[in-house]
Design a protein around this ligand. Sequence first.
Ligand SMILES: O=C(O)CCC(=O)C(=O)O
Ligand SMILES: [Fe+2]
Length: 428
Amino acid sequence: MAGVAPGPTLTPGLDFSGQSYRDLAKNADATITRAHEIIKEKLPVLGQLKALLSLTFGDRTPVFVDARSGEAKFLEDCSDEPDTKVTIKPEYIVQFYEGKLEPRYGIFKDAFFHVASMPQGNIPVAIKFGDLLTPFPPCPPKKVTPVAFPRLPQPTEDIEQVKRDIQEFGYGLVKNALTPSQVSILKTAVQEQAAGERAAGVARADGGPNGPNQRIWTLINKGDEFLDLLNHPLIDDIVPWFLGDHALIHSYSANIARPGNEPMQLHTDQIAIQPPIRDMAFGLNIMWYLEDVTNRNGGTRVFPSSHLGQVAPDDLFTVDGTVAAEGPSGTALVFESRLWHATGPNREEKGERPVILIFFMRSFIRQQENNFLSLRKDVEARLSDRHKRLLGFCTTGALGGIEGEVREGIYVSRKDDCVGRIRAPHEG
Ligand SMILES: O=C(O)CCC(=O)C(=O)O
Ligand SMILES: [Fe+2]
């Protein structure tokens, strides 16, 4: 358990604090030394950075990769102002090198919680640095032009065409997945919930410093409309086809993109999968359009066909070269989890782009939203077997049982009397 100290000893005699396999302080030094060695080994390719980069490991003074001209140099000291400053755990450098960590995830994941570790200056240089350390550096996705993509997916009611589009482009659009009256019911539910959460001070905002966008998480708890949407036959048609049996809801949210937002950081929905396996898709997102979704009002920006191969953008903070997945209200955008995409910028003066996202992952992946802990008891009492399966309250393939249950298809719920400590004298 990297970085988590042992808890207090509860049982006299079972204190392991005197035993150790490594000296943690020495280990940290050894990792930094290894990171330095890796960087030195990679200097011939790091020349491509064409920049001065500083690297700070924990509380150490920074070291530098000077790639401003010719072959890069490793410097312990440099008085010039770096183009890019990166604060990073040395083990990430080792993991990049071993192909165990995707550089985009590695470079930004800690910054999510500790702003101080956000790279500063020219951020694409930071990403490129990580890529150049990896065994298989990715290629940038193809930019959308009429020559590069003479055809792109269009909304269609032909589900077989949608499946072909998902395979070829990483996404497809199901036209009229919702009727106008279904759209109206769901849109009212989303908009009223959004207003309610704002009024109650529990709203989740993003999309730039002013947070114009609003995300409504854990829709399972937030109204019968959202329980009903899980009965949609598109789910039956497309999710098992793509993810095999027993896929689970990874997250169930609504996202409202409002004017003045900044586009989301480009990402794939499986960037947290480590090691970064890209020859398999782990998830599938179904996004239900509750409004006409356009290039101007925040339509999801995608790099078509970027789900295939070692592909990743150099710059996560521009949507140049992407295309918006446009469709009339009632459309369902179905996209697989390796596709590079982002919520688009809403450049309208007024109006909003509300959508619902049901994100499914294969049955063995830990869910983004912890349904077991977040599901309201009153909602749980009303769930159908189908809901329970989708949320992970049913055993599949020996997973998800309680008290050793491995039979297939057993519904489980929290038991307040699981077998605990019962000791009897041992005979024989
Ligand atoms: O709202 C959107 O357009 C996309 C949201 C998204 O990418 C996500 O939830 O992962
Ligand atoms: Fe996403």
